[in-house]
Design a protein. Structure first.
Length: 566
Protein backbone atom coordinates (compact mmCIF):
# COMPACT_ATOMS: atom_id res chain seq x y z
CA UNK A 1 0.00 0.00 0.00
CA UNK A 2 1.38 3.41 -0.97
CA UNK A 3 2.54 5.57 1.86
CA UNK A 4 0.61 8.72 2.38
CA UNK A 5 2.18 12.14 2.54
CA UNK A 6 1.04 15.02 4.67
CA UNK A 7 0.02 18.36 3.40
CA UNK A 8 3.65 19.56 3.29
CA UNK A 9 4.65 16.79 0.90
CA UNK A 10 6.84 14.94 3.37
CA UNK A 11 6.51 11.23 4.13
CA UNK A 12 5.83 10.49 7.81
CA UNK A 13 8.62 8.68 9.59
CA UNK A 14 8.27 5.19 10.90
CA UNK A 15 6.97 4.76 14.37
CA UNK A 16 9.70 5.30 16.94
CA UNK A 17 9.05 1.76 18.10
CA UNK A 18 9.86 0.51 14.67
CA UNK A 19 13.24 2.23 14.91
CA UNK A 20 13.92 0.96 18.38
CA UNK A 21 12.84 -2.49 17.36
CA UNK A 22 15.69 -2.71 14.82
CA UNK A 23 18.35 -2.96 17.56
CA UNK A 24 19.36 -6.44 18.57
CA UNK A 25 21.39 -6.75 21.77
CA UNK A 26 24.47 -8.93 21.33
CA UNK A 27 25.45 -8.95 24.98
CA UNK A 28 23.70 -9.00 28.35
CA UNK A 29 22.73 -5.54 29.63
CA UNK A 30 24.96 -4.10 32.30
CA UNK A 31 23.75 -3.65 35.85
CA UNK A 32 23.38 0.06 35.23
CA UNK A 33 21.08 -0.60 32.31
CA UNK A 34 19.08 -3.03 34.45
CA UNK A 35 18.67 -0.34 37.05
CA UNK A 36 17.35 2.07 34.51
CA UNK A 37 14.70 -0.46 33.48
CA UNK A 38 13.46 -0.62 37.08
CA UNK A 39 12.63 3.09 37.07
CA UNK A 40 8.98 4.20 36.38
CA UNK A 41 8.15 4.20 32.68
CA UNK A 42 7.07 7.47 31.19
CA UNK A 43 3.91 6.78 29.25
CA UNK A 44 2.99 8.37 25.94
CA UNK A 45 0.02 10.67 26.46
CA UNK A 46 -0.49 11.36 22.80
CA UNK A 47 -3.69 9.97 21.19
CA UNK A 48 -3.39 6.76 19.32
CA UNK A 49 -5.39 6.34 16.17
CA UNK A 50 -8.27 3.93 16.60
CA UNK A 51 -8.39 0.78 14.61
CA UNK A 52 -9.57 1.19 11.07
CA UNK A 53 -8.38 4.73 10.82
CA UNK A 54 -5.24 3.99 8.68
CA UNK A 55 -6.49 6.25 5.94
CA UNK A 56 -6.60 9.25 8.26
CA UNK A 57 -3.65 11.65 8.36
CA UNK A 58 -2.20 11.86 11.84
CA UNK A 59 -2.22 15.33 13.28
CA UNK A 60 1.22 14.94 14.94
CA UNK A 61 4.39 12.74 14.55
CA UNK A 62 5.03 10.31 17.30
CA UNK A 63 8.30 10.87 19.39
CA UNK A 64 10.87 8.37 20.87
CA UNK A 65 9.72 6.42 23.87
CA UNK A 66 11.70 5.52 27.01
CA UNK A 67 12.10 1.94 25.76
CA UNK A 68 13.94 3.23 22.67
CA UNK A 69 16.41 5.15 24.87
CA UNK A 70 16.91 2.16 27.14
CA UNK A 71 17.78 -0.12 24.21
CA UNK A 72 20.36 2.42 22.88
CA UNK A 73 21.99 2.70 26.31
CA UNK A 74 22.10 -1.06 26.62
CA UNK A 75 23.98 -1.27 23.28
CA UNK A 76 26.59 1.34 24.39
CA UNK A 77 27.17 -0.35 27.76
CA UNK A 78 27.61 -3.72 26.07
CA UNK A 79 30.95 -2.52 24.39
CA UNK A 80 33.59 -3.54 26.96
CA UNK A 81 37.10 -1.80 26.92
CA UNK A 82 39.90 -3.38 24.75
CA UNK A 83 42.98 -4.88 26.36
CA UNK A 84 46.50 -3.43 25.66
CA UNK A 85 47.31 -6.33 23.36
CA UNK A 86 44.09 -5.78 21.42
CA UNK A 87 44.83 -2.05 21.06
CA UNK A 88 48.33 -2.76 19.68
CA UNK A 89 46.91 -5.28 17.24
CA UNK A 90 44.28 -2.78 16.16
CA UNK A 91 46.91 -0.05 15.54
CA UNK A 92 49.09 -2.48 13.57
CA UNK A 93 46.13 -3.36 11.37
CA UNK A 94 45.35 0.31 10.86
CA UNK A 95 48.88 1.07 9.53
CA UNK A 96 49.22 1.23 5.76
CA UNK A 97 50.98 -1.96 4.60
CA UNK A 98 54.45 -1.48 2.99
CA UNK A 99 54.56 -2.11 -0.67
CA UNK A 100 56.15 -5.33 -1.91
CA UNK A 101 58.61 -3.34 -4.00
CA UNK A 102 60.01 -1.49 -0.98
CA UNK A 103 60.51 -4.74 0.86
CA UNK A 104 62.35 -6.28 -2.10
CA UNK A 105 64.62 -3.24 -2.48
CA UNK A 106 65.48 -3.28 1.21
CA UNK A 107 66.35 -6.97 1.13
CA UNK A 108 68.46 -6.55 -2.02
CA UNK A 109 70.38 -3.64 -0.47
CA UNK A 110 71.12 -5.63 2.66
CA UNK A 111 72.29 -8.56 0.56
CA UNK A 112 74.56 -6.29 -1.52
CA UNK A 113 76.12 -4.77 1.59
CA UNK A 114 76.84 -8.24 2.96
CA UNK A 115 78.34 -9.34 -0.37
CA UNK A 116 80.52 -6.21 -0.65
CA UNK A 117 81.78 -6.65 2.90
CA UNK A 118 82.61 -10.27 2.17
CA UNK A 119 84.40 -9.38 -1.08
CA UNK A 120 86.26 -6.53 0.62
CA UNK A 121 87.36 -8.85 3.39
CA UNK A 122 88.49 -11.47 0.89
CA UNK A 123 90.50 -8.95 -1.17
CA UNK A 124 92.00 -7.49 2.01
CA UNK A 125 92.99 -10.97 3.16
CA UNK A 126 94.61 -11.66 -0.21
CA UNK A 127 96.45 -8.35 -0.15
CA UNK A 128 97.68 -8.86 3.40
CA UNK A 129 98.84 -12.39 2.61
CA UNK A 130 100.72 -11.17 -0.48
CA UNK A 131 102.21 -8.18 1.34
CA UNK A 132 103.74 -10.42 3.98
CA UNK A 133 105.82 -12.25 1.37
CA UNK A 134 106.46 -9.38 -1.07
CA UNK A 135 106.99 -6.21 0.97
CA UNK A 136 108.90 -5.22 4.08
CA UNK A 137 107.20 -3.96 7.22
CA UNK A 138 103.92 -4.79 8.94
CA UNK A 139 100.42 -4.88 7.47
CA UNK A 140 99.45 -1.56 9.07
CA UNK A 141 101.74 0.16 6.60
CA UNK A 142 99.21 -0.57 3.82
CA UNK A 143 96.95 2.24 5.09
CA UNK A 144 99.79 4.76 4.77
CA UNK A 145 101.07 6.54 1.67
CA UNK A 146 104.74 7.23 2.36
CA UNK A 147 106.74 9.11 -0.26
CA UNK A 148 109.31 7.02 -2.10
CA UNK A 149 113.03 7.57 -1.53
CA UNK A 150 114.71 9.90 -4.03
CA UNK A 151 118.18 10.83 -5.21
CA UNK A 152 119.61 14.36 -5.18
CA UNK A 153 117.73 15.21 -8.39
CA UNK A 154 114.35 14.04 -7.14
CA UNK A 155 114.18 10.72 -8.98
CA UNK A 156 113.36 7.25 -7.66
CA UNK A 157 115.32 4.46 -9.37
CA UNK A 158 114.14 0.84 -9.29
CA UNK A 159 116.16 -2.17 -10.43
CA UNK A 160 114.09 -5.05 -11.88
CA UNK A 161 115.78 -8.41 -12.50
CA UNK A 162 114.09 -11.49 -13.97
CA UNK A 163 115.19 -15.10 -13.56
CA UNK A 164 113.81 -18.50 -14.62
CA UNK A 165 114.55 -20.73 -11.65
CA UNK A 166 110.89 -21.74 -11.50
CA UNK A 167 110.93 -23.13 -15.06
CA UNK A 168 111.87 -26.86 -15.00
CA UNK A 169 114.60 -27.74 -17.46
CA UNK A 170 115.44 -24.11 -18.24
CA UNK A 171 119.15 -23.76 -18.99
CA UNK A 172 120.83 -20.97 -17.05
CA UNK A 173 117.76 -20.61 -14.83
CA UNK A 174 119.67 -18.57 -12.23
CA UNK A 175 120.95 -16.03 -14.75
CA UNK A 176 119.12 -12.73 -15.05
CA UNK A 177 117.40 -12.93 -18.44
CA UNK A 178 116.25 -9.33 -18.09
CA UNK A 179 117.87 -6.41 -16.24
CA UNK A 180 115.98 -3.14 -16.27
CA UNK A 181 116.09 0.15 -14.36
CA UNK A 182 112.89 2.16 -13.99
CA UNK A 183 113.43 5.81 -13.06
CA UNK A 184 110.39 7.71 -11.71
CA UNK A 185 109.79 11.39 -11.01
CA UNK A 186 107.06 11.58 -8.38
CA UNK A 187 106.56 15.33 -8.82
CA UNK A 188 106.63 15.77 -12.59
CA UNK A 189 105.00 12.38 -13.25
CA UNK A 190 107.40 10.95 -15.82
CA UNK A 191 109.46 7.78 -16.11
CA UNK A 192 112.37 6.26 -18.03
CA UNK A 193 112.98 2.58 -18.76
CA UNK A 194 116.60 1.51 -19.32
CA UNK A 195 117.46 -2.10 -20.17
CA UNK A 196 121.00 -3.27 -19.44
CA UNK A 197 122.26 -5.78 -22.04
CA UNK A 198 122.49 -9.19 -20.36
CA UNK A 199 125.58 -10.11 -22.42
CA UNK A 200 127.59 -7.02 -21.50
CA UNK A 201 131.01 -7.92 -20.09
CA UNK A 202 131.78 -6.67 -16.57
CA UNK A 203 134.22 -7.27 -13.75
CA UNK A 204 132.40 -8.86 -10.81
CA UNK A 205 134.79 -7.74 -8.08
CA UNK A 206 134.72 -11.27 -6.65
CA UNK A 207 135.17 -14.86 -7.74
CA UNK A 208 132.17 -16.29 -9.62
CA UNK A 209 131.54 -19.44 -11.65
CA UNK A 210 132.69 -17.57 -14.74
CA UNK A 211 135.77 -16.17 -12.93
CA UNK A 212 136.34 -12.58 -11.91
CA UNK A 213 134.82 -11.21 -15.11
CA UNK A 214 132.11 -12.27 -17.52
CA UNK A 215 128.57 -11.50 -18.63
CA UNK A 216 126.63 -9.16 -16.37
CA UNK A 217 123.68 -11.60 -16.14
CA UNK A 218 125.73 -13.90 -13.86
CA UNK A 219 126.22 -11.33 -11.10
CA UNK A 220 122.89 -11.80 -9.28
CA UNK A 221 123.51 -15.48 -8.58
CA UNK A 222 127.21 -14.87 -7.95
CA UNK A 223 126.34 -12.77 -4.89
CA UNK A 224 124.63 -15.69 -3.20
CA UNK A 225 123.55 -19.04 -4.66
CA UNK A 226 121.16 -19.88 -1.80
CA UNK A 227 117.70 -19.50 -3.37
CA UNK A 228 115.68 -20.75 -0.41
CA UNK A 229 116.75 -18.26 2.26
CA UNK A 230 115.07 -14.88 2.66
CA UNK A 231 118.28 -13.36 3.99
CA UNK A 232 120.16 -14.57 0.89
CA UNK A 233 117.54 -12.91 -1.32
CA UNK A 234 117.95 -9.68 0.63
CA UNK A 235 121.74 -9.84 0.20
CA UNK A 236 121.45 -10.45 -3.56
CA UNK A 237 119.16 -7.47 -4.04
CA UNK A 238 121.18 -5.14 -1.80
CA UNK A 239 124.49 -5.81 -3.57
CA UNK A 240 122.85 -5.79 -7.01
CA UNK A 241 121.38 -2.33 -6.45
CA UNK A 242 124.87 -1.02 -5.72
CA UNK A 243 126.58 -2.94 -8.54
CA UNK A 244 124.16 -2.05 -11.33
CA UNK A 245 123.89 1.52 -10.03
CA UNK A 246 127.67 1.89 -10.40
CA UNK A 247 127.50 0.58 -13.98
CA UNK A 248 124.92 3.24 -14.91
CA UNK A 249 126.37 5.95 -12.66
CA UNK A 250 123.15 6.53 -10.70
CA UNK A 251 121.99 5.62 -7.17
CA UNK A 252 119.33 2.88 -7.06
CA UNK A 253 117.00 2.92 -4.07
CA UNK A 254 114.73 -0.05 -4.77
CA UNK A 255 114.82 -3.44 -6.42
CA UNK A 256 112.38 -6.15 -7.47
CA UNK A 257 113.12 -9.77 -8.35
CA UNK A 258 110.57 -11.51 -10.56
CA UNK A 259 110.63 -15.08 -11.84
CA UNK A 260 109.67 -16.83 -15.07
CA UNK A 261 106.00 -17.20 -14.15
CA UNK A 262 105.21 -13.61 -13.22
CA UNK A 263 104.50 -12.42 -16.76
CA UNK A 264 102.29 -15.40 -17.54
CA UNK A 265 100.36 -15.13 -14.26
CA UNK A 266 99.96 -11.35 -14.43
CA UNK A 267 98.68 -11.40 -18.03
CA UNK A 268 96.34 -14.26 -17.12
CA UNK A 269 95.04 -12.11 -14.27
CA UNK A 270 94.45 -8.87 -16.19
CA UNK A 271 93.52 -10.43 -19.55
CA UNK A 272 95.02 -10.17 -23.04
CA UNK A 273 97.31 -7.20 -23.70
CA UNK A 274 98.00 -5.19 -26.86
CA UNK A 275 101.60 -4.63 -28.00
CA UNK A 276 102.75 -2.63 -31.01
CA UNK A 277 105.01 -4.97 -32.98
CA UNK A 278 107.86 -3.38 -34.91
CA UNK A 279 110.46 -5.57 -36.58
CA UNK A 280 114.01 -4.20 -36.70
CA UNK A 281 115.97 -3.64 -39.89
CA UNK A 282 112.89 -2.84 -41.95
CA UNK A 283 111.41 -6.33 -41.42
CA UNK A 284 107.63 -6.69 -42.00
CA UNK A 285 107.19 -8.00 -38.46
CA UNK A 286 108.70 -10.37 -35.91
CA UNK A 287 109.15 -14.13 -36.26
CA UNK A 288 111.18 -16.44 -34.03
CA UNK A 289 111.15 -20.19 -34.71
CA UNK A 290 112.82 -20.98 -31.38
CA UNK A 291 109.42 -21.66 -29.79
CA UNK A 292 107.82 -23.69 -32.58
CA UNK A 293 107.81 -26.77 -30.36
CA UNK A 294 104.69 -25.33 -28.80
CA UNK A 295 102.93 -25.76 -32.14
CA UNK A 296 103.57 -29.53 -32.25
CA UNK A 297 100.98 -30.42 -29.66
CA UNK A 298 103.35 -32.66 -27.71
CA UNK A 299 104.37 -34.66 -30.77
CA UNK A 300 108.04 -34.07 -31.59
CA UNK A 301 107.44 -35.42 -35.12
CA UNK A 302 104.30 -33.42 -35.87
CA UNK A 303 103.76 -32.49 -39.51
CA UNK A 304 103.89 -28.96 -40.87
CA UNK A 305 100.13 -29.16 -41.46
CA UNK A 306 99.60 -29.93 -37.78
CA UNK A 307 101.85 -27.05 -36.75
CA UNK A 308 99.99 -24.66 -39.06
CA UNK A 309 96.72 -25.83 -37.60
CA UNK A 310 97.95 -25.24 -34.05
CA UNK A 311 99.78 -21.98 -34.87
CA UNK A 312 98.10 -20.31 -37.84
CA UNK A 313 98.93 -19.16 -40.36
CA UNK A 314 102.56 -20.30 -40.79
CA UNK A 315 103.17 -22.78 -37.96
CA UNK A 316 105.35 -20.44 -35.85
CA UNK A 317 104.39 -19.67 -32.23
CA UNK A 318 105.93 -16.18 -32.33
CA UNK A 319 104.98 -14.67 -35.69
CA UNK A 320 103.40 -11.21 -35.91
CA UNK A 321 103.22 -8.54 -38.62
CA UNK A 322 104.08 -4.96 -37.75
CA UNK A 323 101.34 -3.14 -35.89
CA UNK A 324 99.14 -3.77 -32.82
CA UNK A 325 99.01 -7.43 -31.73
CA UNK A 326 96.80 -8.96 -29.05
CA UNK A 327 98.79 -11.32 -26.84
CA UNK A 328 97.59 -13.88 -24.34
CA UNK A 329 99.77 -14.91 -21.39
CA UNK A 330 101.77 -17.58 -23.25
CA UNK A 331 102.54 -15.42 -26.27
CA UNK A 332 103.50 -12.46 -24.08
CA UNK A 333 105.88 -14.69 -22.12
CA UNK A 334 107.68 -16.05 -25.18
CA UNK A 335 107.78 -12.77 -27.08
CA UNK A 336 109.61 -11.37 -24.05
CA UNK A 337 112.24 -14.08 -24.58
CA UNK A 338 112.48 -13.94 -28.38
CA UNK A 339 115.83 -12.76 -29.77
CA UNK A 340 116.09 -14.58 -33.10
CA UNK A 341 118.97 -16.87 -32.17
CA UNK A 342 117.68 -19.82 -34.24
CA UNK A 343 116.94 -19.73 -37.99
CA UNK A 344 114.55 -19.13 -39.61
CA UNK A 345 113.82 -15.75 -38.04
CA UNK A 346 113.31 -12.10 -38.94
CA UNK A 347 112.64 -8.77 -37.25
CA UNK A 348 115.06 -9.55 -34.41
CA UNK A 349 118.33 -8.66 -36.08
CA UNK A 350 119.52 -6.74 -33.01
CA UNK A 351 119.10 -9.83 -30.83
CA UNK A 352 119.09 -8.85 -27.14
CA UNK A 353 118.43 -5.19 -27.91
CA UNK A 354 115.23 -6.14 -29.76
CA UNK A 355 114.23 -8.48 -26.93
CA UNK A 356 114.76 -5.72 -24.38
CA UNK A 357 112.64 -3.28 -26.40
CA UNK A 358 109.84 -5.85 -26.59
CA UNK A 359 110.10 -6.50 -22.86
CA UNK A 360 109.64 -2.78 -22.22
CA UNK A 361 106.60 -2.70 -24.53
CA UNK A 362 105.05 -5.68 -22.75
CA UNK A 363 105.58 -4.11 -19.31
CA UNK A 364 103.90 -0.89 -20.46
CA UNK A 365 101.00 -2.88 -21.94
CA UNK A 366 100.55 -4.75 -18.64
CA UNK A 367 100.68 -1.47 -16.72
CA UNK A 368 98.04 0.02 -19.03
CA UNK A 369 95.74 -2.98 -18.63
CA UNK A 370 96.27 -3.38 -14.87
CA UNK A 371 95.37 0.26 -14.15
CA UNK A 372 92.35 0.36 -16.48
CA UNK A 373 88.81 0.70 -15.13
CA UNK A 374 87.86 -2.76 -16.38
CA UNK A 375 90.54 -4.35 -14.22
CA UNK A 376 90.15 -2.18 -11.12
CA UNK A 377 86.41 -2.96 -10.96
CA UNK A 378 86.80 -6.70 -11.55
CA UNK A 379 87.30 -8.55 -8.27
CA UNK A 380 88.49 -11.71 -10.02
CA UNK A 381 91.20 -9.81 -11.88
CA UNK A 382 92.29 -7.96 -8.75
CA UNK A 383 92.66 -11.12 -6.68
CA UNK A 384 94.39 -12.89 -9.58
CA UNK A 385 96.83 -10.00 -9.85
CA UNK A 386 97.50 -10.12 -6.12
CA UNK A 387 98.12 -13.88 -6.31
CA UNK A 388 100.53 -13.45 -9.24
CA UNK A 389 102.49 -10.78 -7.41
CA UNK A 390 102.51 -12.66 -4.13
CA UNK A 391 103.93 -15.83 -5.69
CA UNK A 392 106.41 -14.33 -8.10
CA UNK A 393 107.78 -11.06 -6.71
CA UNK A 394 110.31 -10.14 -4.03
CA UNK A 395 111.27 -6.55 -3.32
CA UNK A 396 112.62 -4.17 -0.70
CA UNK A 397 109.64 -1.79 -0.86
CA UNK A 398 108.04 -1.03 2.51
CA UNK A 399 104.31 -1.72 2.94
CA UNK A 400 103.88 1.99 3.71
CA UNK A 401 105.20 2.80 0.20
CA UNK A 402 102.92 0.44 -1.72
CA UNK A 403 100.01 2.86 -2.11
CA UNK A 404 102.38 5.57 -3.38
CA UNK A 405 103.82 3.16 -5.94
CA UNK A 406 100.33 2.11 -7.11
CA UNK A 407 99.23 5.74 -7.38
CA UNK A 408 102.26 6.58 -9.51
CA UNK A 409 101.57 3.61 -11.78
CA UNK A 410 98.08 4.96 -12.35
CA UNK A 411 98.93 8.67 -12.54
CA UNK A 412 101.91 8.48 -14.92
CA UNK A 413 100.44 8.04 -18.42
CA UNK A 414 102.03 5.50 -20.72
CA UNK A 415 103.18 8.21 -23.12
CA UNK A 416 105.25 9.68 -20.27
CA UNK A 417 107.27 6.46 -20.02
CA UNK A 418 110.36 7.01 -22.17
CA UNK A 419 112.00 3.80 -23.45
CA UNK A 420 115.75 4.32 -23.67
CA UNK A 421 117.52 2.48 -26.50
CA UNK A 422 121.25 2.16 -25.79
CA UNK A 423 122.00 0.71 -29.23
CA UNK A 424 120.42 3.55 -31.19
CA UNK A 425 122.16 6.09 -28.96
CA UNK A 426 125.56 4.81 -30.11
CA UNK A 427 126.63 4.13 -26.52
CA UNK A 428 126.65 0.34 -27.07
CA UNK A 429 127.83 -1.59 -30.11
CA UNK A 430 126.06 -4.52 -31.75
CA UNK A 431 127.87 -7.01 -29.51
CA UNK A 432 126.26 -5.46 -26.43
CA UNK A 433 129.57 -3.93 -25.28
CA UNK A 434 130.30 -0.25 -24.56
CA UNK A 435 131.32 1.63 -27.69
CA UNK A 436 134.09 3.24 -25.64
CA UNK A 437 135.70 -0.14 -25.02
CA UNK A 438 135.55 -3.19 -22.76
CA UNK A 439 134.68 -2.31 -19.15
CA UNK A 440 134.55 1.40 -20.08
CA UNK A 441 131.24 2.79 -18.83
CA UNK A 442 131.99 6.53 -18.71
CA UNK A 443 130.02 7.34 -21.86
CA UNK A 444 127.18 5.09 -20.75
CA UNK A 445 126.98 6.85 -17.40
CA UNK A 446 127.05 10.29 -19.02
CA UNK A 447 124.32 9.29 -21.47
CA UNK A 448 122.09 7.90 -18.71
CA UNK A 449 122.52 11.01 -16.56
CA UNK A 450 121.89 13.30 -19.51
CA UNK A 451 118.75 11.34 -20.35
CA UNK A 452 117.02 10.84 -17.02
CA UNK A 453 118.24 14.06 -15.40
CA UNK A 454 117.35 16.09 -18.45
CA UNK A 455 117.79 19.84 -18.00
CA UNK A 456 117.57 22.68 -20.44
CA UNK A 457 121.29 22.24 -21.14
CA UNK A 458 121.08 18.49 -21.72
CA UNK A 459 118.14 18.96 -24.05
CA UNK A 460 120.23 21.33 -26.18
CA UNK A 461 122.77 18.47 -26.53
CA UNK A 462 125.92 20.51 -27.09
CA UNK A 463 129.16 18.81 -28.20
CA UNK A 464 132.36 20.43 -26.94
CA UNK A 465 136.14 20.13 -27.25
CA UNK A 466 138.18 20.97 -24.16
CA UNK A 467 141.84 22.04 -24.56
CA UNK A 468 144.31 22.67 -21.75
CA UNK A 469 146.30 25.93 -21.90
CA UNK A 470 146.81 26.30 -18.15
CA UNK A 471 149.99 24.30 -17.78
CA UNK A 472 148.28 22.29 -15.03
CA UNK A 473 148.38 18.57 -15.74
CA UNK A 474 144.91 17.08 -16.08
CA UNK A 475 143.10 20.43 -16.06
CA UNK A 476 141.30 19.78 -19.36
CA UNK A 477 140.05 16.36 -18.22
CA UNK A 478 138.79 17.85 -14.96
CA UNK A 479 136.82 20.46 -16.88
CA UNK A 480 135.55 17.82 -19.31
CA UNK A 481 134.17 15.78 -16.40
CA UNK A 482 132.39 18.87 -15.05
CA UNK A 483 130.82 19.63 -18.40
CA UNK A 484 129.79 16.00 -18.84
CA UNK A 485 128.04 16.15 -15.46
CA UNK A 486 126.10 19.17 -16.76
CA UNK A 487 124.86 17.12 -19.71
CA UNK A 488 127.22 18.19 -22.47
CA UNK A 489 129.00 15.70 -24.71
CA UNK A 490 132.79 16.03 -24.75
CA UNK A 491 134.21 15.04 -28.15
CA UNK A 492 137.91 15.63 -27.45
CA UNK A 493 140.17 16.38 -24.48
CA UNK A 494 143.69 17.57 -25.39
CA UNK A 495 146.31 20.27 -24.96
CA UNK A 496 145.92 23.61 -26.68
CA UNK A 497 148.27 24.33 -29.66
CA UNK A 498 151.72 25.14 -28.34
CA UNK A 499 152.13 28.15 -30.64
CA UNK A 500 149.07 29.90 -29.24
CA UNK A 501 149.05 32.72 -26.70
CA UNK A 502 146.17 32.52 -24.22
CA UNK A 503 145.91 35.24 -21.63
CA UNK A 504 142.53 34.02 -20.43
CA UNK A 505 139.90 31.38 -21.08
CA UNK A 506 138.52 31.44 -24.60
CA UNK A 507 135.30 29.89 -26.00
CA UNK A 508 134.50 29.57 -29.69
CA UNK A 509 131.05 28.67 -31.05
CA UNK A 510 131.30 26.95 -34.42
CA UNK A 511 127.64 26.40 -35.40
CA UNK A 512 124.54 28.53 -35.74
CA UNK A 513 122.49 26.18 -33.56
CA UNK A 514 120.43 28.01 -30.95
CA UNK A 515 121.82 26.92 -27.58
CA UNK A 516 121.13 29.87 -25.28
CA UNK A 517 121.31 27.91 -22.00
CA UNK A 518 124.60 26.24 -22.88
CA UNK A 519 126.09 29.53 -24.06
CA UNK A 520 125.07 31.32 -20.88
CA UNK A 521 126.43 28.51 -18.70
CA UNK A 522 129.84 28.42 -20.43
CA UNK A 523 130.21 32.21 -20.25
CA UNK A 524 129.35 32.10 -16.57
CA UNK A 525 131.75 29.25 -15.75
CA UNK A 526 134.79 30.58 -17.58
CA UNK A 527 134.24 34.34 -17.48
CA UNK A 528 134.66 34.61 -21.23
CA UNK A 529 132.48 36.00 -23.98
CA UNK A 530 131.49 33.48 -26.67
CA UNK A 531 133.24 34.13 -30.00
CA UNK A 532 131.36 33.08 -33.14
CA UNK A 533 133.71 31.39 -35.61
CA UNK A 534 133.76 28.89 -38.46
CA UNK A 535 137.06 27.34 -37.36
CA UNK A 536 139.85 27.68 -34.79
CA UNK A 537 143.44 27.88 -36.11
CA UNK A 538 145.49 24.79 -35.32
CA UNK A 539 142.51 22.82 -34.01
CA UNK A 540 140.74 19.99 -35.83
CA UNK A 541 137.04 19.70 -35.05
CA UNK A 542 134.34 17.25 -36.04
CA UNK A 543 131.07 17.99 -37.79
CA UNK A 544 129.11 17.62 -34.54
CA UNK A 545 131.27 19.99 -32.45
CA UNK A 546 129.48 23.11 -31.26
CA UNK A 547 132.02 24.70 -28.91
CA UNK A 548 135.82 24.77 -28.45
CA UNK A 549 136.89 25.68 -24.93
CA UNK A 550 140.51 26.70 -24.27
CA UNK A 551 141.11 26.52 -20.53
CA UNK A 552 143.72 28.97 -19.27
CA UNK A 553 142.38 28.92 -15.69
CA UNK A 554 140.01 26.19 -14.42
CA UNK A 555 136.38 26.98 -13.55
CA UNK A 556 135.18 27.15 -9.94
CA UNK A 557 132.83 24.18 -9.66
CA UNK A 558 130.70 23.48 -12.69
CA UNK A 559 129.29 20.24 -11.34
CA UNK A 560 127.16 22.07 -8.77
CA UNK A 561 125.43 24.26 -11.29
CA UNK A 562 122.66 23.41 -13.69
CA UNK A 563 122.13 19.90 -12.34
CA UNK A 564 118.56 20.30 -11.22
CA UNK A 565 115.84 19.33 -13.70
CA UNK A 566 114.21 22.16 -15.63
Amino acid sequence: MARKSNVDGFIPRRSPRAVGGDYVSRRQPSPMAQGLRQRPVISDTRAVAPAGSEGLTPSRRQGLTRSDIDESLNEIDAQTPLTRKERKQQKKQQKAPKSRRRKIIKRVMIALIIILLAIGGYVAFKALSASNSVFKGDIFGLVQQKKLQQDANGRTNILVVGTSEDDPGHQGAYLTDSIMVLSLDQTNKNAYMISIPRDMQVQYGMACDAGYAGKINAYFNCVNSDWDSESAETERQTKSREFFGDILGIPIQYSAHVNYSVMRDVVNAVGDITVNIQGSGGAPGVMDSNFDWKCKGGNAHASLATMKQNCPPSGHFIDYPNGPATLDAEHALYLAQARGDIAPTYGLGNSNFDREQNQQKIILAIKEKATSTGTLTNIGKITGLIDAIGKNLRTNFETSEVRTLMTLAKDIPSNSFQRVNLLDSGIMNGDAQPAAGLYSFTQLQAFVKKTIYATGITKEGAHVIVLNASGIAGAAQTEADKLTALGMTVDTVDNAPADGTYASNEIFKLTDSKMPLTTAKLESLYGAKIQQATSVPGITVGDSTNYVIIVQSPSANASQEGSSPQ
